[in-house]
Design a protein around this ligand. Structure first.
Ligand SMILES: Cc1ncc(COP(=O)(O)O)c(C=O)c1O
Length: 397
């Protein structure tokens, strides 16, 4: 039977990561030694004290529904974390816990946007932003973050992109895919414009804990009380505590928005999984050393791999200050090796060099590729030398 699907799903762009991941999997199943650098999640186990707390909560019988916006004890842990890390104070009715940061964002756009409302998305962007905006009837408006400006958008670009339909702008710092971090001054400039034009700021801070080279993470909400009121922060434990599979993320901000999100969640998910919420309480209230240990491991990999990557002919790369991705521009490498575009180059890297990376076309910048360093140093070094060798043989230099 032919089923006629809803227009809203027909308009969805398939995930750019899926095609290459599926092909990599197929090659692996055929016995090929493929190294995958597509991962969007830390390669560490969830720390043991978090696992123990989850197990204990089940044994103690905490296996029932919770309030839709999350357990009061988890909200308290999140509020403490905001106070401690960022000096931000929130009330429980200004927080909603969702099934991952992705779901918190999805619910947010559903309650914010009417048909035709515009959301400004700096490119390169995380692949789900445009799709989530479209699913809520909104229109993504892209600003190209220029490579010479480290992919950051400028105040002039923001002003130009604003129309009378603009509802919100997304700031993702540190960014997926570039790893770039905005400074307080840069955020202040952008924030001033948002205040002046009454535009909401959606600040996705999911990679907040993964920053390197002594850089400091600043939330735009920290810069003034007015900016805090204009901002909805999105965060979660997925990347910081290596808890991607637990699905716990949250939104913090304006209480009317949070109340609307809570109403919607009460009719969609009821609540995030109870056991996962107990695990997240342990993540925030327990020792933070594992978070720092994982951060250090990522930083060590970045330092080693970045130098090797930029030594590859035709590769240039803005050095990331956060997250766990490298986002080199490889247009010259693709041209030197006889490919018309980076998508074809990526396909050849997979089939011939046996390295799976994600083409930048899905992130809004088709000259780049995304490599994740959430894999062992050994694998990373082998992968990068395979790419290097691939290029050297193709251009015969
Ligand atoms: C920028 C960004 N925001 C949000 C998320 C979603 O995080 P979660 O796994 O908590 O849903 C991701 C995950 O890859 C991400 O890269």
């Amino acid at each position: 039977m032919e089923v006629e699907l809803a227009n809203r799903v027909l308009a969805l762009t398939p995930s750019s990561t899926l095609a290459i991941t599926a092909k990599a999997k197929e090659l692996k199943e055929q016995g090929e030694d493929v190294i995958g650098l597509g991962a969007g999640e830390p390669d560490f186990n969830t720390p043991k004290h978090i696992l123990d707390a989850a197990f204990l909560s089940m044994k103690e019988g905490h296996t029932k529904y919770t309030p839709s916006a999350g357990l009061p004890a988890l909200k308290k842990a999140i509020i403490n974390k905001f106070e401690l890390d960022q000096g931000l104070s929130y009330k429980p009715n200004e927080i909603i816990v969702g099934n991952g940061a992705k779901h918190a964002l999805y619910t947010l756009f559903q309650v914010l946007l009417n048909d035709g409302d515009e959301v400004i998305i700096p490119a390169p962007y995380w692949v789900s932003y445009p799709e989530q905006v479209k699913l809520a009837g909104g229109v993504p408006v892209y600003i190209d973050g220029l490579e010479q400006n480290h992919f950051k958008i400028t105040p002039e670009q923001l002003v130009k992109a604003i129309t009378n339909k603009t509802k919100a702008v997304i700031i993702n710092s540190p960014s997926n895919p570039t790893g770039v971090l905005y400074t307080a001054e840069e955020l202040m400039e952008l924030g001033k414009i948002c205040l002046e034009k009454n535009i909401l700021i959606v600040s996705d801070e999911i990679y907040e804990k993964l920053i390197y080279g002594g850089a400091i993470h600043i939330s735009i909400a920290q810069l003034s009380q007015e900016l805090k009121e204009q901002t909805i922060i999105i965060n979660g434990v997925s990347k910081s505590h290596s808890m991607t599979g637990w699905r716990i993320g949250y939104a913090a901000g304006n209480k009317q928005v949070i109340e609307a999100m809570t109403n919607l969640a009460s009719h969609s998910t009821s609540n995030p999984t109870t056991t996962a919420q107990y695990a997240a309480i342990a993540a925030y209230n327990g020792p933070q050393e594992p978070v720092e240990e994982m951060r250090q491991a990522f930083e060590k990999r970045l330092e080693i791999i970045y130098d090797k990557l930029v030594a590859i002919p035709g590769f240039t790369c803005v050095k990331p200050q956060g997250a766990f991705y490298l986002y080199p521009n490889v247009r010259n490498a693709a041209e030197m090796t006889g490919f018309n575009n980076v998508d074809d180059f990526v396909e050849a890297l997979l089939v011939e060099a046996k390295v799976a990376v994600i083409p930048g076309s899905g992130f809004g910048t088709p000259d780049n590729i995304r490599l994740s360093y959430a894999t062992s140093l050994d694998q990373l070094e082998t992968a990068v030398s395979r790419i290097h060798r691939f290029i050297m043989t193709k251009v015969k230099i």
